[in-house]
Design a protein around this ligand. Structure first.
Ligand code: ATP
Ligand code: MG
Length: 413
C-alpha cells in the first residue's frame, strides 16, 4: 500500500523531564539530517512524537534508513483518521486492503488514550472489526493467533490505524551522552566498538596510529573507509592520524621484546588521552575483547589501562568473536576490515608477547626512557593530522568551511 505517513516512536522511555526534551530535540535533528536526501519528506512534531509525510518518497528506502538511526525505538506506516467512527472504519479498511498479501485471519486491538471518545475500546473493537469483516470476503477473526493485528490508537487529536511495527536501532540519539575518543585500528573489532558507542548516544572522534612508511598508504585509506562507514551512522566525524613510527621504533630498540605490545598500547592510550582532552572527549573507546589476544587478557588490560585516567570503555569486552563478526557484517564494516593491509602493531609482533605483564617492570622500563618518551609523545600529538570525514569520504575544504558556518543543527549527517 502507498502509505503517506510514518509514525516514529522514540526510545528509552524512562528518560524524563528536561532530558526527555533534549532527547527529542536531538532525535528530531538527527532524523532530519539522516533523511536529508529524501527531499520531498515533510516532518511534523506533535505531542512528543514525530510524523513523517512521505509525499511520494519510497517507503522501503525511507524505512531502511530510519532503522539505522540511534534512539528510535520503532516506527509504523499509519493511516490517520478523524476521531469519528466512520472515518476510523474507513481507515481500517484502507490498511487491510493495502496489505501485500490478503490474510485469512485478523484481530483488532483498540487503544483509547483519549477518554472523551464516545465509544469505549470494547465497542470500538466490535465496530471496526465488523466493518472490516463485512467488506472483506473470506476473512475471519482469530484473537489468539491472528495473521494480522490491526491496531487502532485513539488519541486526542486523531486516530492512528496500522498493523506494522518496525523495530528501530534503539539506544540514544548521537550527542545525547557526550563525546568519546575511539581508538580505531584497521581491524574487525574497533569499528564495531565505535558503532556501539554511537548507539549509546556518544559523539565519536576517531584516532588511528600509523607507522608510515612501514605501514602503507592503503592501510590509512582503509581506516578512512571505516570512518566513512561510521559516518553513515553518526554523521561527520573527525579522524586523527597519529605518526607512531618513532615511538614504535624507539620502543622496539629499548623495550623488552615480550613487552613491546604492552608498551606500545600504553603510549597509544597516552596520546589518545591528550587528543581527547584537547577536544573535550570524556572517555576512550577501544575494541578490546577479553581473552582475544595477549594484550587483551585481564592482566594486560590492567597494566595497559593504568596509564591513563580517563574512563576506558570497551563495548566488546564480553562478546564472542563470532558475534562481533556478525555485527561487523551487519553494519557494513567487515568487508573493509578484512582487507590485508598491515597495521602498525603487526609489524613488531613478538614471538611470545606477555599475557601477564608486570606493572612494576613496565613502569621501570618507561622510567628509563622517560624524557625521550615524553618528547616523542608530544611530537606525535603535534604531528597529528586531523581529517573530517562524512559518509562520502574526506570532507573537502569548501564543504568544511560551509560546515563551520552552520549551527549544531547540521552537525550530524
Ligand atoms: P581490532 O580488530 O579492533 O584491531 P584486535 O582484536 O586486532 O582489534 P588489537 O590489535 O590488539 O586487537 O587492538 C586492540 C584495540 O587497540 C583495538 O580494538 C583498537 O581499539 C586499539 N588499536 C590497536 N591498534 C590501533 C591503531 N593502529 N590505531 C588505533 N587504535 C588501535
Ligand atoms: Mg588489530
Amino acid at each position: 500500500m502507498n502509505y503517506n505517513l510514518i509514525l516514529v516512536r522514540f526510545g528509552e522511555l524512562t528518560i524524563k523531564g528536561r532530558n526527555r526534551r533534549r532527547f527529542e530535540s536531538l532525535m528530531f535533528t538527527n532524523i532530519k539530517q539522516a533523511l536529508a536526501s529524501f527531499s520531498k519528506l515533510e516532518f511534523e512534531r506533535s505531542y512528543g512524537r514525530l510524523f513523517i509525510h512521505l509525499n511520494g518518497e519510497n517507503f522501503d528506502a525511507v524505512s531502511e534508513r530510519l532503522s539505522e538511526i540511534f534512539g528510535l525505538s520503532s516506527f509504523s506506516p499509519v493511516v490517520r483518521a478523524e476521531n469519528k467512527v466512520e472515518a476510523i472504519q474507513d481507515a481500517a479498511l484502507q490498511v487491510m486492503r493495502g496489505l501485500e498479501r490478503t490474510p485469512k485471519t485478523f484481530k483488532v486491538t483498540v487503544r483509547r488514550t483519549w477518554k472523551d471518545f464516545p465509544h469505549d475500546s470494547q465497542q470500538m473493537n466490535h465496530l471496526v472489526g465488523a466493518h472490516v469483516l463485512r467488506n472483506t470476503p473470506d476473512l475471519k477473526v482469530d484473537v489468539r493467533n491472528p495473521e494480522i493485528e490491526l491496531k487502532v490508537d485513539i488519541q486526542a487529536e486523531a486516530t492512528f490505524v496500522y498493523c506494522r511495527v518496525i523495530p528501530g536501532a534503539g539506544g540514544f540519539p548521537i550527542g545525547m551522552n557526550g563525546k568519546a575518543m575511539l581508538l580505531l585500528s584497521g581491524g574487525i573489532d574497533s569499528p564495531v566498538a565505535g558503532w556501539m558507542a554511537m548507539r549509546k548516544g556518544l559523539e565519536i572522534e576517531a584516532v588511528h596510529f600509523h607507522s608510515y612508511p612501514f605501514t602503507s598508504e592503503q592501510a590509512t585509506e582503509k581506516v578512512v573507509s571505516l570512518t566513512q562507514r561510521l559516518a553513515h551512522y553518526g554523521g561527520r566525524l573527525k579522524l586523527h592520524l597519529v605518526p607512531f613510527t618513532e615511538i614504535q621504533t624507539m620502543l622496539a630498540q629499548k623495550g623488552r621484546e615480550n613487552l613491546i605490545i604492552t608498551l606500545m598500547r600504553r603510549s597509544m592510550l597516552r596520546i589518545a588521552e591528550k587528543l581527547a582532552e584537547r577536544s573535550g572527549a570524556l572517555a576512550l573507546v577501544t575494541g578490546d575483547s577479553l581473552g582475544q589476544v595477549a594484550s587483551q587478557t585481564l592482566g594486560s588490560m590492567n597494566v595497559i589501562g593504568r596509564t591513563v585516567s580517563l574512563p576506558l570503555l570497551r563495548p566488546l569486552v564480553m562478546m564472542d568473536k563470532l558475534d562481533i563478526i556478525r555485527q561487523a557484517e551487519k553494519i557494513g564494516t567487515y568487508e573493509t576490515s578484512i582487507l590485508p593491509y598491515e597495521d602498525c602493531c603487526t609489524l613488531f609482533v613478538p614471538k611470545s608477547p606477555a599475557t601477564n605483564p608486570n606493572l612494576h617492570v613496565v613502569e621501570r622500563i618507561e622510567a628509563g626512557m622517560k624524557a625521550e618518551l615524553e618528547r616523542l609523545i608530544e611530537e606525535a600529538v603535534a604531528g597529528t593530522e586531523t581529517v573530517l570525514i562524512d559518509s562520502r569520504g574526506r570532507v573537502p575544504a569548501a564543504r568544511k568551511a560551509e560546515a563551520a558556518g552552520t549551527a549544531d543543527e547540521d552537525r550530524w549527517f
